[in-house]
Design a protein around this ligand. Structure first.
Ligand SMILES: [Zn+2]
Length: 110
């Protein structure tokens, strides 16, 4: 939950609550938008069709909630994200400059 609210605060820094926080350069924006849009659509699709996803279905509400839910997942269950959405994991890793999967001990559910 802390990560969720933290993500919303970061998202708001550029004045638009749209699931895209301020990024470093145009290449990062391009990468972010294409990957997050694709994963958001996939989650919406899964949710509509009643399929389970590695992400909380609440993230299908809108792009801002998607970013918050993805951030929670990234920090809380990084292994699951790498398995299901390696690109999403990569953009979040670059954005947060953290690699939480490395903090998960072998054999521990993550
Ligand atoms: Zn939220």
């Amino acid at each position: 939950m802390i990560y969720h609210e933290f993500a919303h605060k970061l998202d708001m820094l550029d004045g638009a609550v749209d699931g895209t926080p301020p990024l470093r350069d145009r290449a990062e924006y391009r990468d972010w938008v294409s990957i997050c849009t694709r994963e958001y659509q996939r989650l919406r699709d899964d949710t509509e069709k009643g399929r389970s996803s590695f992400l909380n279905p609440y993230g299908a509400t809108n792009e801002a909630e998607f970013f918050a839910v993805a951030t929670e997942q990234f920090f809380d269950q990084p292994k699951l994200m790498i398995q299901h959405a390696p690109d999403l994991y990569r953009v979040l890793k670059e954005y947060y400059r953290q690699d939480p999967v490395k903090r998960v001990a072998p054999g521990v559910k993550g």
